[in-house]
Design a protein around this ligand. Sequence first.
Ligand code: GLA
Length: 629
Amino acid sequence: SRLADLRYTGYELKKGKYSLPGLPAFHGGEEWETLVIHLADSTCKASVKLYYGVLEDRDLITRAVQVVNEGSRPLRLRRCASLCLDFQRGDMDFITFNGCHAQERNLDRAPLRQGVQSVESVRGTSSHHHNPFVILCEHSANEDCGVCYGAMLVYSGSFLAAAERTQLENNRLLLGLNPYHFCWTLEPGQSFTAPEAALVCSPNGFGQMSRQFHRAIRENLIHDPCQGKRRPVLINNWEATEFDFDADKLVRIAQAAAPLGIELFVMDDGWFGVRNSDRSGLGDWSVNEKKLPGGLEALVPRIRELGMSFGIWIEPEMVSEDSDLYRAHPDWALGAPNRPFARGRNQLVLDFSRKEVRDHVYGAIKQVLGSTCISYVKWDMNRSLTDVWSAALPASRQGELFHRFVLGVYDILDRMCRDFPHILIEGCCGGGGRFDAGMLYYTPQIWCSDNPDAIDRLRIQYGTSFCYPISAMGAHVSAVPNQQTGRSVSVETRGVVAMAGTFGYEMDLNYTTQEERETIKKQVAFFKEHYDLIQRGDYYRLSDPFAAPFTAWEQVSPDRREALVSLVSHANHAAAPFRTLRLKGLDPEAQYRVNGGEVWPGDVLMTAGWPVPIPTGDYQSAQLYLRAE
Ligand code: GLA
């Protein structure tokens, strides 16, 4: 039968945080408390443990679930959510973050109606289309007021987030693995652990909720090899060269970047196998010596001589049909027997549920990473999962494959983090198609979107900031006119926008003017000087880019002695009204010197506000650096 009647049998209360086998989860020491609630069904002999982790300081509660088959016959699990929460009120709004490739995480808000409203992914990744982070809040909640609850899933695969107004006028939220194509068999004695969900409550609007998530993600989730140190300002060659490069071309890009203070050179796609387009080569993780004679051993010292460190791009989960790997092991790709399979970006997905596949791929990558001095890896993933069928699983267990694939990805990421603890891994998935807390556990930063247009990025980074910190958002200054929008925005504004992320460049700086290079040099120096404030300060959204004629945000140091305000105006219009920008989070008693000039009282800046300069053209920007006297 499909019946289950789980009854309470006991509880445990302990100091510290539980961990989950094979899954990413929040971590930490004695600042955490763990509550385990035990349930059992005496007929089907299933026992369930509900894990709650409480981080009181951040008002953060985590929740995970473990099911054990205590009986003597197999059990099938067809649905296993991580969080189900009833609210004793029926008047809440449901906020979700939606989009597509190059337009990720746009905020959508609507009052909950009767019936289930949901967002989900069935793509095997958390997806560009919906994010596994949602908010339930009262109708009147805004940035600064109102009760709101943010819930995220620490997971990188197919998920379901469903909310409803029930027949009793209550609201309910459910978050967890997507039951679509899910069926997990538990043999006697076996257990299944569902991924962790995390919940933050803020009585003071979205801003406070976001700041709580940001701090908890930075300090209690991400494994950050650079913890306490500055992450490097990088330059990536992708948009400048795509697949068309050789060692000299890469070195020339690095040579133009190094004198401007850029610290890390990242060699993107195209360095391995036969990879001159996206039609071939994935899976063959050995250096293409036609492009890079003498291999990495010859190239990397040339980059390091410039005083830069070296990073490399990989896409481990994929295989091209035109590759030695596929020719040797066609059954290592996902695909059902006797059916043609779908290609995405001309590539197939490797069956990461299989240990021999993971061992082979990781073995090859480990050799590359160990062969020379590499301090950064960009881990990409450029298509969704389709044809979800493994040659290694019996028909009755194919419903496990979506989740086993994600566990396989986590297994390799875990091995890489342990074998190369000094390497900073940046996640990527056709831009921001796997921007979730599960990936962030292993990859402290994630390329936010394949759309680096500074004006489009304002919206993408705004939506992303509701849950994820600045230090997690991969953001680069790229060339203009932008490849996707055709828009030209000044290098000043592009820098201001990229600085609301991890900050780097993705262009050939040999094709910039002397004046632009001077600006870039100043940007890099400014970013380094204010690194802690920008990356670890408390983040405030000052305007909504979908509603206001400008986008503004602010970072404030924890002691409120320093703040940085950034503002980018959208398209300019005649007869623009005079506006002020009310700052947030300052010390009302303090006197702040603004950009080394005038002194303004904190309460005036927060109540009357700073006069917004009237732009004289489109897409202008301003930054105010405030220091308390
Ligand atoms: C994806 C990434 C890009 C780049 C290309 C390389 O699209 O998002 O940044 O790395 O792959 O093929």
